[in-house]
Design a binder for this molecule. Structure first.
Ligand code: HEC
Ligand code: HEC
Length: 318
């Protein structure tokens, strides 16, 4: 890894983790975009390869991966791609709204499903049990019969063979490319002090000091990648801290979609969670003025990244 990024990454982590406000050193190159992308580690077991990513993109949108040919990964996880950000309503698999997969690669391999050890693992599980409905051979044969797929598999892996393993690698590699970047906050951190409005700067201070959100929402992805119980009524399960990047574009908040506005979601935390519900000791009420709450939300808006430019591919003809 390039030393400049390594040392910058380290100082940013320290900076985000510290509870004291300090003015960032102006930097000559506004390249946080690269910085975030550098944080996405394509592991040696599934190295970066544009052809594999291209294949993964087709597979992600192709309902023929499912036994009944009616569901693709994008059927549930499509919100960021079309910038709809509605999240799918509760789905048949889990009584949960589907999470955005933006920045999923930045969670340090801690997934909402605690049994998954890496991204490949969780993708494999979902693919096999929920999409192919354990009828892999039918689906693999179906895909092998499509000439364009044979060509794409050959380009990505060196031979035409269509296997579950390869599908998992390609889907995971593609997911690692869905990253929210170049937000106002990123530009601010890179030294452009005008990138944040005054309200956003005040909100960033509240986020770190008074409200101490940074205890859990820390680092470049605003997540400690750890599970916490946060005092939702009737929920004792711990959920992994989600990223706050792009959060203000969502229409439903928390894993169960309990809140429908960012204001309600933030209020929940400043209140210190529901009285009587199971919660992490880190979660304490903070006394904020209406002005400070507004600033805090303005700060969250500064975490909206560039619109993800992704053309939905036309899936290969049979
Ligand atoms: C029917 C809706 C649905 C479909 C189809 C679906 N998912 Fe999911 N996915 C979910 C829900 C809900 C969760 C969160 C609950 C969980 O982790 O079990 C999830 C979680 C995930 C996660 C973990 C996210 C995290 O932040 O921990 C990954 C990765 C993922 N899905 C990838 C995929 C891939 C790849 C496909 C296609 C093979 C797919 N999903 C198809 C609904 C779906
Ligand atoms: C104890 C750790 C912790 C602290 C402190 C904390 N959060 Fe969270 N936050 C979480 C977890 C865990 C979730 C996910 C809960 C769920 O999905 O049910 C979450 C979810 C959120 C969400 C909704 C995200 C989404 O995608 O739906 C917002 C917004 C949020 N937090 C903002 C804040 C703010 C603002 C503060 C400070 C006032 C704060 N959080 C403090 C752990 C924490």
């Amino acid at each position: 890894m390039n030393m400049k990024y390594a040392s910058f990454a380290f100082s940013l982590l320290l900076w985000l983790g510290s509870l004291n406000y300090c003015k960032p050193e102006p930097r000559p190159i506004p390249e946080l975009e690269k910085f975030v992308v550098k944080n996405v580690i394509h592991p040696s077991s599934n190295p970066y390869n544009p052809d594999k990513i291209e294949l993964g993109k087709y597979l992600y949108f192709d309902p023929r991966l499912s036994l009944k040919q009616d569901t693709s990964c994008a059927s549930c996880h499509n919100s960021e791609l079309q910038n709809l950000n509605v999240g799918t309503p509760r789905n048949k698999i889990h009584n949960q709204i589907s999470p955005k997969l933006t920045n999923v690669a930045l969670y340090k391999d801690v997934f909402q499903d605690p049994h998954a050890k890496d991204l490949e693992d969780i993708v494999k599980d979902r693919l096999h049990s929920e999409i192919m409905l354990k009828n892999e051979s039918v689906v693999l044969q179906r895909l092998s019969a499509i000439p364009k797929y044979r060509e794409l598999f050959k380009k990505a892996f060196g031979s035409e063979e269509v296997t579950t393993e390869r599908i998992v690698l390609a889907l995971s590699a593609f997911e690692r490319t869905i990253v929210s970047k170049n937000s106002r906050f990123d530009r601010f951190v890179m030294g452009d002090s005008n990138a944040l409005t005054d309200a956003q700067k005040r909100g960033w201070e509240v986020f770190q000091n008074k409200a101490k959100c940074v205890q859990c929402h820390k680092g470049p992805n605003f997540s400690d990648s750890k599970p916490h119980a946060i005092g939702l009524s009737g929920v004792s399960d711990k959920m992994r801290t989600p990223t706050l990047r792009d959060v203000t574009r969502k229409k439903a908040f928390m894993h169960n979609g309990e809140f429908t506005s960012i204001e309600e979601a933030v209020d929940h935390f400043t209140r210190g969670g529901q009285a009587g519900a199971t919660k992490d000791p880190l979660l304490k009420p903070s006394i904020l003025s209406e002005e400070e709450k507004k600033d805090l939300i303005e700060f969250l808006r500064a975490l909206e990244g560039e619109t993800i430019q992704l053309e939905i591919p036309e899936i290969p003809k049979a």
